[in-house]
Design a binder for this molecule. Structure first.
Ligand SMILES: [Zn+2]
Length: 51
């Protein structure tokens, strides 16, 4: 588990959250073409908060 720069998915069907853990199970499902850096103003996802 390691902390990375914040990232989020631009896919409108994904939850409006950002991630900052490299091993986040939700974050890992984001394909590279939907992944953007930053938080986009979204709250941190539950998995990343609990890690
Ligand atoms: Zn996450």
């Amino acid at each position: 588990m390691s902390k990375v720069s914040a990232y989020y998915s631009i896919n409108p069907t994904d939850p409006d959250v950002h991630h900052d853990q490299s091993d986040c199970p939700s974050g890992q499902q984001i394909p590279a073409h939907n992944r953007r850096s930053g938080t986009n103003g979204y709250p941190k996802c539950k998995h990343c908060r609990d890690m």
